[in-house]
Design a binder for this molecule. Structure first.
Ligand code: CA
Length: 460
């Protein structure tokens, strides 16, 4: 292409030179004597021109030098074009080669993976066949009564005991380690571990948030002293208390299942529940029957009503509730010293009455009248035979504002900081096995760690 351009340039140059010469030429047409048309083409002689021969030389030299430059330029361009194309082709070939190598490598790797997976499948099939054969042979063998010899007391346990059968050596070892953790590891050196007076309440720890309106308030508990093997102190229990006919008691295997919202069982209570005052103690759920002063003990193992009893003169269904209302007239509580009812009656004129109950029959063993009005406080709980009241159910930073000691029959104001993180705390209950408060705060099921200490001298 550049050669064509060059020739075109040369042609232009030549024409240009000719035209300069023709500027001084002329054409004439005349008739000759014979009557023919005669053409005369006249060119000016160099001698007649205004430019001398000597003056033409620099011009010719200039033309020659421009031609030389033009030739050099064309040569360079032709060489550059060829060289550039060669480089591009080389780079393309190199890229293709590289891509081909990469694809080949990936194909080889995939083939290797496929072969490895095939080997794994074959191995799994072989193991499956072995296990099937083993299961078949075990099915035809008679049951063995003992698995461990050498005087181990566990060998007397029946082979059908699931805890025994499931456990191999490692499982038994783990159980032993768990039971042998020294108490000093559970409680830092110097911490008070006895039954004492409330010193502080920690921040609430959230375990579950209810996902529907029926979970705005309710009761959730763990039994501090479970009975039997069916349920343990890890089993978590929940009652959504919103509604007119509250009868469902949800059981969760442990806190993990509780947090995930996967109950292992739903028990249907024989009588409807009133409000959020229920408690859990020694294998039974204790609660107030709806619209009555009747207390009910529901046995968890047999799923039957075990006993019922009226709480004498107790106000109910809105007569003496806590400050948030909600028919929280009768609040049941368990602590290190037993089972309690927190309520009021006409004789006490709205002041909180505490009654210690017989856990079997629900009859009142002894009662105390305090000097704090029930409808001025948000909730209450018992710890080591002492009643504590929470000042507010909505204030994010409130206090435990009163303590009454049943051992001395005296009460006094206190100010232990307490947090209602979610601003609507409808239930507070103490679990003495965990030394925690369980609470239900506006859809949120929370616990609070508490710290106890020795009561100050001269104080209850
Ligand atoms: Ca309570």
């Amino acid at each position: 292409m550049w050669v064509q351009v060059f020739l075109l340039c040369i042609s232009c140059f030549t024409l240009s030179t000719l035209s300069q010469t023709q500027d001084r030429a002329s054409l004439h047409r005349t008739n000759d004597r014979a009557g023919h048309c005669q053409y005369t083409f006249t060119v000016a002689s160099p001698e007649e021109s205004s430019c001398s021969r000597n003056n033409m030389k620099p011009e010719v030299d200039g033309v020659l030098s421009r031609l030389t430059l033009l030739e050099a330029l064309v040569s360079r361009m032709i060489a550059g074009e060829d060289g550039g194309a060669g480089t591009a082709v080389g780079a393309t070939e190199e890229g293709l080669q590289e891509a081909f190598t990469q694809v080949t490598g990936e194909r080889n790797q995939l083939q290797q993976d496929k072969e490895q997976l095939n080997r794994q499948i074959q191995e799994l099939q072989r193991r499956l066949e072995e296990l099937s054969a083993e299961a078949e042979s075990l099915r035809h063998k008679p049951c063995q009564q003992t698995h461990i010899s050498g005087g181990n007391p566990r060998e007397n346990r029946p082979a059908s005991d699931p805890a025994y059968d499931i456990g191999n050596g490692a499982y038994q070892e783990m159980k032993a380690e768990v039971t042998e953790v020294p108490a000093s590891h559970l409680f830092p050196e110097g911490n008070f571990t006895g039954c004492g007076e409330l010193q502080s309440v920690g921040d609430p720890v959230m375990h579950k948030k209810a996902d529907s309106i029926t979970g705005k308030y309710g009761v959730w508990l763990q039994d501090p002293e479970p009975l039997g093997d069916l349920y343990t102190n890890k089993t978590a229990w929940r009652i959504n208390a919103v509604g007119k006919d509250v009868r469902q008691l949800f059981a969760y295997e442990d806190m993990e299942q509780f947090s995930r919202g996967f109950p292992m069982k739903v028990l249907v209570l024989p009588e409807p529940v009133e409000s959020t005052g229920a408690t859990m103690y020694r294998g039974s759920l204790y609660y107030q029957r709806r619209r009555s002063r009747t207390l009910i003990r529901y046995d968890l193992a047999s799923e039957k009503l075990a006993s019922r009893s009226d709480l004498p003169h107790a106000g109910f269904h809105g007569q003496y509730p806590y400050s948030w209302g909600g028919y929280t007239d009768i609040d049941l509580a368990a602590d290190e010293q037993g089972l309690w009812a927190i309520y009021s009656n006409s004789k006490a004129k709205g002041a909180i009455v505490i009654s210690q109950l017989d856990p079997e029959s629900l009859e009142v063993k002894r009662s105390w009248e305090t000097n704090i009005r029930k409808n001025t406080v948000a909730n209450a709980f018992m710890v080591c035979g002492r009643l504590y009241t929470v000042a507010s159910y909505t204030a994010p930073n409130t206090t435990i504002n009163y303590v009454f000691d049943t051992a001395t029959g005296e009460g006094r104001a206190v100010a232990v900081p307490f947090k209602n993180k979610y601003r609507y705390n409808s239930m507070v209950d103490y679990n003495h096995a965990q030394r925690k408060l369980h609470a239900w705060d506006n859809f949120h099921m929370v616990t609070y760690d508490i710290r106890l200490g020795r009561a100050n001298q001269g104080r209850s």
